[in-house]
Design a protein around this ligand. Structure first.
Ligand SMILES: C[S@@+](CC[C@H](N)C(=O)[O-])C[C@H]1O[C@@H](n2cnc3c(N)ncnc32)[C@H](O)[C@@H]1O
Length: 343
């Protein structure tokens, strides 16, 4: 129990009237009891909130998400199912900055730390897209204008890596790999923003693998046909590989098909997954003649590889929409690190 008699210690307190988030930090000497009173509540507004990856991480970091906005009902349905206490609004963002700021401010309480997050859609900006990247930048620039106008205490904006080179000169950003935050996936994303430092929780040596996250897969994989069965009838022209017991290394997970005749992009399940998109990853064993599909990862398993909890609810009217929502999500542990890292 904390009492007023405990020794004094230093705590950061946000003071009013300063321009940048960094300037607002002021050292105060408080007793633990008064520190509890003065420690400001962090309020987060999550724009382009999708199914709630960023929201989930912000809640896990102990902040209060006071508003989550998206214009797409399937995303809001998943958001509301998992964060029923977070108010949501269905708004087509990208219009008047002043009117948007007025609406958003209604959700904020004075005296709290205000963090503004946005994940504007990235389809046209990503390398895989055939669209005009400058079109994709319209909502990115709109979000940056909103930050400039609202002057939040801190802010973050997540997007695909190619967005970085299109950011206005001087915009601060970092590239974060989800695997460094305990997510069983090597997903690289740009996080622009100010007022936080996201500290990695994992080094490459202790990255979480697909099998760590979905341990029951091991049983399914060992049930695949043995090396002898797979190679015994391919004829004398094929060298026979070293026979070992069936191991996850002899199984691959295909993350993207290439043109006919080309090897697909794949990884072994004893390491983190490749970037999750809207495309299902498929477990298969690479036979000498034709790869044999074992099965696809399910929506629920894919959500776990995105860093969501295994109890995540994924309601949908059209399953394709749910795949889009899960594939687009910010990994919650990365969002958690951003909010925990507020300066
Ligand atoms: C990258 S996803 C967001 C992911 C989300 N931050 C998460 O963590 O799960 C982008 C979202 O922006 C939404 N969106 C696209 N254009 C929009 C607009 N003009 N206004 C509001 N939302 C929009 C899409 O419906 C989609 O859910």
């Amino acid at each position: 129990m904390i009492t007023d008699n405990e020794p004094e210690y230093q705590i950061d307190l946000w003071a009013d009237g300063k321009k940048s988030a960094h300037d607002r930090v002021k050292q105060m000497t408080l007793t633990p009891a008064t520190a509890l009173i003065y420690k400001p509540l962090i309020q987060v507004i999550d724009l382009f909130c999708g199914g709630g990856g960023f929201t989930q991480g912000a809640i896990n970091a102990g902040s209060q998400v006071v508003l989550a906005v998206d214009c797409w009902q399937p995303a809001l349905d998943i958001h509301e199912a998992n964060s029923p206490d977070v108010p949501t609004a269905k708004i087509e963002l990208g219009g008047s900055i002043i009117e948007t700021a007025i609406v958003l401010r209604r959700s904020l309480t004075s005296g709290c730390h205000f963090h503004l997050h946005g994940s504007p859609p990235c389809q046209n900006i990503s390398n895989a897209s055939n669209g005009d990247p400058e079109e994709g930048m319209v909502l990115v620039r709109w979000f940056l204008d909103l930050v400039e106008y609202m002057q939040p205490d801190s802010w973050s904006m997540e997007n695909v890596v190619p967005m970085a080179k299109r950011l206005p000169k001087g915009t601060p950003y970092v590239k974060l790999n989800s695997a460094d935050f305990g997510v069983p996936q090597t997903r690289n994303r740009i996080f622009a923003g100010e007022g936080w430092v996201a500290e990695p929780t994992h080094t490459q040596e202790d990255w979480v693998s697909v099998l760590d996250a979905l341990p029951y897969l091991e049983g399914e994989l060992t049930a695949a046909p043995s090396m002898v069965d797979r190679w015994s009838n391919v004829g004398n022209n094929h060298p026979f590989p070293t026979v070992t017991s069936q191991s996850p290394k002899q199984i691959r997970v295909v993350s993207r098909r290439r043109k006919a005749g080309e090897e697909p992009q794949s990884y072994t399940p004893d390491r983190p997954a490749h970037t999750i998109t809207q495309v299902q990853h498929i477990i298969e064993y690479p036979n000498p003649t034709k790869a044999v599909k074992i099965r696809s990862l399910t929506l629920q398993e894919t959500a776990i590889l995105q860093g969501f909890s295994s109890s995540m609810k994924i309601p949908y009217a059209r399953k394709k929409d749910a795949w889009t929502v899960i594939g687009n999500a910010v990994c919650p542990p990365v969002a958690e690190a951003v909010i925990r890292g507020l300066l």
